[in-house]
Design a protein around this ligand. Structure first.
Ligand code: SAH
Ligand code: TMP
Ligand code: ZN
Length: 409
């Protein structure tokens, strides 16, 4: 019997469709001297709500275990993502923030990659960011930050102190928050009637289409679709008025919600809802098939890495992504199969990967002695990384990819 849990959006029954087994915190890069007896693990499994069709994790990890002073992810680490967020900021300035003295709030502003543009444009703004280390980096860029988790109480305090917002924005953050009812009542309390709540997160449609199962890890609690977001919005006095597909992070959707009845939903909403219905996206059979494909990738990838090891090849990995925790722990990829992972993030270097304890090194170590193969964990940044590391290929090196299937390029 598959396990069940209670939906964090509508309270109906969630039925599990895939179990990744015992998994660590995806961003817990411990130092080699850490007492690994104390390493945190939980059961990572994912299910579908029979009521509102929201796909979600079966177990919740306490938020303070994930988002704290040492949260290592820095959004500005990718040039492509910097451009993406700067473009979005400029668009918001030209469309939603044209009234007198507009006010924009960002949830999970991280190192200030988006709000920096608002600060430089002299627009009234506030970032809400619980992870102290990255919040300090944002503040150093001139961004106004409040170090807290966004929820109903925070939203009411902000509204009392700063007034209501024209735009509330969240990138790769809403899907991190299981306590959705509190967040959406907060959004309602903080948003002007004419305002919009814009958020972008990995899209279940892309995850299923590409079998990008490594989008599933502790921090990603929800996997949205237009249908489940529309339902979630409606339950909280909001309405889904626009959607836009984005190429970033392996495929995302940017959703725009407005207070119910304030704006006319765009044609794009109807189109995406229709596509989802036609493809049977959030249906049990589709998700079972997704699970079957995950086991094929798992077996192909472990088979390939074992064969390369037997052949005496040198294999390393590139990008100590949060996503890769799911891959390495599901497939049992330890330092005997992949000798190190290189990553540009100082907060990850000199540490080891969660659960599988592969050393994280600087990209210089990669370049000092090119391996035969590099397993690309940061596949969502493939274009940027492969261009930058052309010398590796020139030296005869090959990349290993595993989404949508295992292949060497
Ligand atoms: N927006 C950035 C960062 C995404 S990482 C980007 O797209 O690159 C997710 C961020 O959400 C982390 O910085 C984390 O600290 C923050 N976060 C987690 N829970 C939150 C909450 N309840 N309110 C606001 N931010 C939260
Ligand atoms: P992400 O997939 O969650 O954005 O994480 C990407 C990780 O890859 C992050 O730890 C930074 C790292 N990275 C590199 O090491 N080199 C690069 O060129 C890029 C774009 C990312
Ligand atoms: Zn539900």
């Amino acid at each position: 019997m598959p396990s069940t849990s209670q939906c964090r959006v509508c309270g109906d029954q969630v039925t599990e469709f895939f179990d990744f087994g015992r998994q660590p915190l995806s961003d817990a890069f411990h130092t080699p001297g850490f007492d690994f007896e104390k390493e945190f693990f939980f059961r990572l499994a994912v299910g579908l709500c029979q009521g509102c069709t929201m796909v979600q994790l079966m177990e919740e990890v306490p938020r303070d275990n994930m988002f704290h002073e040492e949260y290592p992810y820095h959004s500005s680490g990718s040039a492509y993502m910097r451009e993406h967020f700067e473009g979005l900021a400029k668009r918001l300035l030209a469309t939603e923030l044209t009234a007198d003295d507009p006010f924009v709030v960002e949830l999970g502003c991280n190192d200030g990659v988006m709000l920096k543009v608002m600060a430089e444009s002299g627009v009234r703004h506030l970032g809400v960011e619980p992870s102290g280390g990255v919040a300090d980096v944002a503040a150093a860029k001139g961004v106004r930050v409040r170090k807290s988790f966004f929820e109903e109480s925070t939203a009411k305090e902000i509204a009392a102190e700063d007034g209501r917002a024209d735009v509330i924005y969240a990138a790769n953050t809403l899907c991190h928050i299981p306590y959705m009812e509190s967040v959406l009542s907060g959004v309602r309390a903080l948003l002007k009637p004419t305002g919009v709540f814009v958020f972008e997160d990995p899209y279940l449609g892309d995850i299923v289409e590409r079998t990008s199962f490594d989008q599933i890890y502790d921090e990603h609690f929800f996997f949205f679709t237009a249908r489940s977001v529309r339902e979630m919005a409606a339950r909280n006095g909001l309405e889904l008025v626009d959607v836009e597909r984005l190429p970033v992070h392996g495929g995302e959707v940017r959703y725009t919600l407005a207070p119910a009845g304030e704006r006319t939903p765009s044609q794009a909403v109807a189109d995406l809802l229709r596509d989802e219905a036609e493809s049977g996206l959030a249906e049990p059979a589709t998700l079972q098939e997704f699970g079957r494909k995950v086991t094929v990738i798992r077996d192909d990838l472990t088979g390939l890495l074992r064969r390369l090891k037997d052949e005496g090849k040198k294999v390393v990995a590139y990008g100590a992504t949060a996503k890769s925790a799911t891959v390495t722990n599901l497939c049992g990829i330890t330092p005997d199969l992949v000798s190190f992972v290189c990553d540009t993030t100082p907060a990850k270097q000199g540490r080891v990967t969660p659960g599988t304890h592969i050393p994280v090194v600087t990209p210089d170590t990669f370049a000092a002695d090119y391996p035969d193969y590099a397993l690309l964990f940061a596949w969502n940044h493939a274009d940027e990384i492969m261009a930058k590391e052309q010398a590796f290929r020139d030296a005869g090196g090959k990349w290993i990819l595993y989404v949508p299937d295992v292949r060497i390029v």
